[in-house]
Design a binder for this molecule. Sequence first.
Ligand SMILES: Nc1ncnc2c1ncn2[C@@H]1O[C@H](COP(=O)(O)OP(=O)(O)OP(=O)(O)O)[C@@H](O)[C@H]1O
Ligand SMILES: [Mg+2]
Length: 123
Amino acid sequence: MYESSLPKIWADGSKLSQVWTNYLIDNALDAMNNNGILELVMKNYGERIEVHITDSASGMPPEIQARIFEPFFTTKLFCKGSRLGLEVIGRLVENRHQGPISVESYPGKTQFMISLPVYQPQA
Ligand SMILES: Nc1ncnc2c1ncn2[C@@H]1O[C@H](COP(=O)(O)OP(=O)(O)OP(=O)(O)O)[C@@H](O)[C@H]1O
Ligand SMILES: [Mg+2]
């Protein structure tokens, strides 16, 4: 049996790390114009872990928030990537990792929350 203080999660490592590095952090930095507070928190709830990515930018109005997981949706004049960003994350996290992704946003705070199941060894 392998012992570790950090829980293991069911995940496709390379794809999962892109979730918060390439996409969510990028979005947060974009929103803050590289000037603000970016907070990354990982919480351990035993059977699940939660990753929170929070920025201090101006947030999104509800009508934008409602559309951010649509493919090709963007509010940016010049977007860096394929504009599939959040649509890809939503699918990846929810299909591959059985974890919901949620967002809370208002002026001064946008927080993306990803919940991932911890690997439970079969007895
Ligand atoms: N942290 C955030 N704060 C404010 N708005 C956000 C944040 N994250 C995402 N958004 C909104 O969600 C939209 C979609 O994000 P998504 O990453 O899918 O595409 P994009 O960032 O516009 O383009 P690309 O990722 O290709 O540069 C953004 O255009 C922006 O309006
Ligand atoms: Mg983006």
